[in-house]
Design a binder for this molecule. Structure first.
Ligand code: CAA
Length: 240
């Protein structure tokens, strides 16, 4: 059955692949984006998927953005919380702003989107929330106390909200991607990235579509009995 889906950060990287995968499965997809106008415009032109701009870390803006989607497109049944940023740096060099922005957007964004969309799913008796966590939220990563804390928080958030949604037909799951060939990973200094890739048993970075296919499964009717779970898609880098 076709559903209305919002993918946050849905015009670039892993989010773009998720938007396309959900569209391929017949859903009506809206891609949220935070700032890159040029890419959002090109994405909509290429895919026909509308792009709506708001900052998922901003509570009021998220409530307003989701209300606009519901009015213009329809009640939202699927939310994929993919939007995220990095502000890497070792703790002794990390500013409070670097900490706060990553928590506000990566973890706060999940709360804000759930506040906007979860109550409607609960009332209608069907919903899917998929949160994009990270291998670095499971295992930690040098230079990422902010990002690892936010992503680890996403895994806890997922398990808690799953318990609230279960009896209303709303599943809440997480995917923990490893290192995927996106702009975010390309920003890791080359010598550091080489060392990381050397530790991936599959021997390469992942592709965005490999994450998107996992998301599409979790959003499907077939996944009705899967809730509160974390699907690790990381080439065997961390078996958890
Ligand atoms: N373990 C132990 N020591 C480490 C280390 C590690 N993993 N990485 C670096 N170090 C050490 C270095 O050997 C160096 O030691 P010496 O001073 O004794 O030589 C010291 O730490 C400083 O290293 P850098 O020169 O790299 O320090 P920096 O301040 O210039 O940069 C950093 C630090 C920004 C954290 C940089 O190392 C970095 O970018 N690391 C990659 C972080 C990372 O993996 N980010 C993931 C981004 S992608 C993503 O997050 C998506 C996802 O979900 C997977």
């Amino acid at each position: 059955m076709a559903r209305v889906a919002i993918v946050t950060g849905g015009t670039r990287g892993i989010g773009e692949a998720i938007s396309l995968a959900l569209k391929d499965r017949g859903h009506t997809v809206v891609a949220n984006y935070g700032g890159n106008e040029e890419k959002a415009k090109a994405f909509t032109e290429a895919t026909g998927i509308p792009a709506y701009k708001w900052d998922v870390g901003d509570h009021e803006a998220t409530l307003a953005g989701c209300a606009r989607v519901a009015e213009e497109v329809g009640p939202v049944d699927i939310v994929v919380n993919n939007a995220g940023i990095t502000r890497d740096g070792v703790l002794h060099k990390m500013s409070f702003d670097d900490w706060n922005e990553v928590m506000r957007i990566n973890l706060g964004g999940c709360f804000n989107m759930a506040k906007a969309c979860f109550p409607g799913m609960r009332e209608r008796g069907w919903g899917r929330v998929v949160n994009i966590g990270s291998i670095n939220g499971q295992a930690g990563q040098y230079g990422q106390v902010n990002y690892a804390a936010a992503k680890s928080g996403i895994h806890g958030f997922t398990k808690a909200l799953a318990q609230e949604g279960a009896k209303y037909g709303v599943t809440v799951n997480a995917i923990a991607p490893g290192y995927i060939d996106t702009d975010m990973v390309a920003a890791v200094p080359a010598p550091v990235l080489e060392k990381i890739v050397a530790k991936i048993p599959v021997g390469r970075l992942g592709h965005a579509y490999e994450i998107a296919r996992g998301v599409a499964f979790l959003c499907s009717e077939n996944a009705a009995f899967v809730t509160g779970s974390t699907m690790s898609i990381n080439g065997g880098q961390h078996m958890y």
